[in-house]
Design a protein around this ligand. Structure first.
Ligand code: AMP
Ligand code: MG
Length: 335
């Protein structure tokens, strides 16, 4: 049985959170909102509970989880070598930024980190997530609340689609504000490395870390060889129908003809060019595109159309992150 509880995103009701905390203490798995996407969480210090997350998601065991913390004292419990980066962390936390540090604590099981010597940590800014962690008193390990390989869940309806009957509780606080997963930066190596672009833009990170390495796989979305970040060898974010990503818009007409039974995901500025379409947002408000993209993918797969054609966008700011997700989700990329 899954209990779906509506909860105010700004002033979360304590009684609902108490129920959620009770379940976490019992080693259960619950779904809660964050400012990026919904998370499926368990007690980060309970190995068996964390194992359940992998089972429920169908997540490969070599794809580690992000540990969500509520305070810097919790960072001290689980990570090492973070001291030189305190100013940086204080600037972006709480917020949509995940940082990889050497793992310190034996409290964090190898199940959570997929056996790595490092741990991914984030301090979320969503009031529900913050209050939940605070009341629980431990960090919560939580990846995105979608079946492995599917588009991330940005509202409770998406979570219900993937997990109804499989988790004890879903806290429904409406749409996730960013609608896109956190930026991940690895600070455990000699040089800072960007592992996943997200709402904290690369341009901003480069102001702080001019030496930031942005590996090819982050740009291309496709990966071959030895994974730098475990999990990146898998297909991600993919809807249940073929997704054709058209980066070269001059080739759009040909693609529309090649796949006549299609629905197009496009931006406001170009919507008049298509008949069957979902408008994802406006180029004037790039964050709106990020916010709605996963919802648009899930909506598109529910139509009777056979192919999902998505317009590519310029890889700047937040749209760099959007393109990273689309390239991973795509079954075909038209350049
Ligand atoms: P998700 O929460 O579903 O967005 O997935 C978490 C992401 O964090 C995955 O892409 C992992 O590869 C990444 N991640 C978690 N822990 C580590 C780690 N210790 N080193 C590198 N990447 C990590
Ligand atoms: Mg995910």
């Amino acid at each position: 049985m899954t209990k779906v509880l509506k909860i105010d995103p700004l002033n979360p009701d304590e009684e609902s959170l108490k129920e959620a905390v009770k379940l976490l203490r019992e080693g259960e798995v619950i779904v809660f909102p964050t400012e990026t996407v919904y998370g499926i969480g368990a007690d980060a210090y309970n190995e068996e509970a964390c194992r359940k997350i992998f089972e429920i998601k169908g997540r490969p065991s070599d794809n580690p989880l992000i540990v969500h913390i509520g305070s810097l004292s919790q960072l001290k419990e689980i990570a090492d070598n973070y001291e030189p980066y305190m100013d940086f962390l204080e600037k972006f936390w709480p917020g949509p930024l995940t940082v990889i540090f050497p793992k310190k604590s034996k409290k964090i099981s190898p199940v959570v980190t997929a056996g790595l010597p490092t741990v991914a940590v984030r301090m979320p800014a969503h009031p529900v997530a913050q209050k939940l962690i605070e009341m629980f008193g431990h960090p919560i390990a939580a990846p995105s609340a979608n079946l492995s390989g599917r588009p991330s869940a940005t509202n409770a309806k998406h979570v219900v689609e993937d997990f109804m009957g499989r988790v004890k509780m879903i806290l429904d606080a409406g749409n996730a504000p960013f609608g896109l997963e956190s930026t991940i930066i690895d600070l455990s190596k000699d040089h800072p490395v960007l592992l996943r672009p997200g709402p904290v833009e690369v341009e901003k990170l480069k102001e702080i870390f001019p030496e930031l390495v942005v590996p090819d796989f982050v740009r291309s979305g496709k990966f071959s060889g030895k994974p730098l970040a475990p999990g990146m060898k898998y297909r991600h974010y993919a809807p249940s129908k073929p997704l054709i990503l058209v980066e070269n818009l001059e080739k759009m007409e040909g693609i529309l003809r090649k796949y006549p039974n299609h629905i197009v995901i496009c931006v406001e500025e170009r919507k008049d060019l298509y008949r069957k379409k979902i408008v994802v947002g406006s180029l004037k408000k790039p964050y709106s595109i990020a916010q709605n993209m996963f919802a648009a993918l899930r909506e598109a797969e529910k139509t009777e159309k056979e192919y999902i054609i998505v317009e590519g966008v310029e890889e700047r700011g937040i749209l760099f992150a959007v393109m990273n997700r689309l390239r991973k989700a795509a079954s075909e990329i038209v350049r």
